[in-house]
Write a protein that binds this ligand. Sequence first.
Ligand code: BES
Ligand code: ZN
Ligand code: ZN
Length: 505
Amino acid sequence: MEIRIQTGDFTTVGADPLVLFHFEQDDRLLEVTGAVNDATDSRIGGVIEAGDFRGEHLEHLLLFPQGSRTNQRILLMGLGGREEFTAHRLRDATAQALRILRERRQFRARLPIPTDTEFPLSLEDAAEACVLGGMLGQYQFTDLRTRDRDKIKRFESLTIFSNEETQRLTGSVHRAKAIAEGIYLARDLVTLPANLATPTLLAERAKSVADQAGMHFHMIEVTEAKELGMGAFLAVARGSDEPGIMVVMDYQPSGEEVSPVLLVGKGITFDSGGISIKPAKDMEKMKHDMAGAAAVIGTMQAVASLNLPLRVVALIPCTENLPSGKAYKPGDVIRSLSGLTIEVINTDAEGRMVLADALTYADRYKPQAIIDLATLTGACIVALGNEIAGLLGNDEELLARIKAAGEESGEKVWPLPLWDRYFDLLKSDVADFRNVDGRKAGAITAAIFLKQFVPDGTPWAHLDIAGCVWEEKDRPLTPKGATGMGVHLLTRLLQDWQPLSRETG
Ligand code: BES
Ligand code: ZN
Ligand code: ZN
C-alpha cells in the first residue's frame, strides 16, 4: 500500500473516498470534517443532527454527496467520546475505515489528518496513528495461496492531507511505516508453517534484516553451542533433525561497544511437547511458538529503520521441540551454560530451557537491561486470557516503562508477582532445580526458573505472550491470524529509551 502526503484543498481535489472523523455526540465538527461539511451543503451536520450518526467508536456511515463541491464518497467514522480518546482509538478507527472501503472495492482513500485547537494529539502523532492503523488493518498473508489470486483485494493507496507543510508529516509517515513493517515481518514469520519456518529460515530472515541495516550478525550453530556448553538449548534441539541455531543480531549505531538493551525471543519453530507430547487437538497452533523470536526480529528491523541512537542486541534461540530417539527425556539432568544443573520433569517446558542459555549468554554483553518475550506458558493464558500478556521481572522502573509502552501501543501487559518463595516448588532431589512444578502459578514458576539465569545485577523483564500472538477473530488492527504482538511495544519503549536509574540485585 502506497502512503502519500498532500497539502491543498481536500474538499475539492481528487476523486478517492474521503475518510472523516467525529467525536461521539460532539456539537462541534472537527475542523477538517467541518470544511467538508461546508463544501457539501451541510450534509454531514445534517445526518448528525437527524440522529443518524452519533460518532460511537468504530461506528461508520457512508455518504454520497453528489452534486456538491465534494463530489465523492465520504466515510464518516466515529471516534467515541473525547474523554476516552487515545491514539489507539484513532489507529483502530482508521484501520476499520480502510477495511470497510476495501470490502466495497474502494482501494484508495484520502484522509485529512483530524485536528482542531482542542484535538488531544499533535498533528504529527495523529498522522502517525492514521498511517499505522491503516497499514496494520490491511495486513494479509497470501503467499501460500495459488488459486484465485486475482480475487485478492488489496488496498492501493492512502493519501494523508494537511494544511501544514508536508514536511511536518514525513517523519510521522516514516515512523508509522517502520513499525508497521516490523509488525508485518513478525506476522509473516508467525503465520508461516513450521515446515517452512524452520530455525534455518528464521536465521536467514534475521540475517537479511541485519544485512540491510548493517548490523552485526552471528549464528551460533550446534558445533559452537557445544563448545560453549549450551546444554539446555542443545537438549531441546537434539530431538529434531532440523539443526538448532542461536541467532545474534547486534545493532550498534555509534560503532562503539556501549552497553546494549538486550532482547531475547523464544524461537521454538514447532512445539510438539517432545517426549512429554502434547495432545493432537490444537497442536498445529504450536507453529506459533516462535512468536517471541518473530517480535524481536521485527523490532530489530524497526529499530534500524528508525535509526535509534541506542545499541540493541537480540539473542534468539531457534529450534524445534520434537520427540525422537535422540530427544531429551523426563528425568534427564541437563547442565546449562551457566553451570547450573536442571532436572527435566516435563520436556514440554522447553521454552525456559532454551531461554536459560540465552540469558546466560547475554552476560557477555553486560547489558543495561534484558527483556525477553516468550510464548511460555498455558498458565498465563488461564490467568490473563488472550488479550493481556504477563509481565514479570526484577526492576520496577523497567516494568513500569514496559507497562506504559504497552498502554501506548495498545498491547496490554499486566504484572504478575515474581514471588521468590515459589522457588521452593522447583526443588529437585538430584539437580540444582527442576524445570517445572505442577499446575499452580505456572506463569510465575516459569519466570522464577528464568530468573536463575539472569546475570547478577542486571535489570530484567519477561513478557509471557502465549495468549496474545494469534487472533481468532478479525479485529480492525489485527486481521484474523498472527498479531505481531510485541513489536510496537518494544519499538516505543526503545524510541524513548533513557538509562535506568539504578541497578538491581
Ligand atoms: N509453548 C508452550 C506454551 C503455550 C501454550 C503457548 C499454549 C501458547 C499456547 C510451552 O512450551 C508449554 O508447553 N508450556 C507448558 C509448561 C508446562 C509443561 C509446565 C504448558 O504451559 O502447559
Ligand atoms: Zn512446550
Ligand atoms: Zn513452547
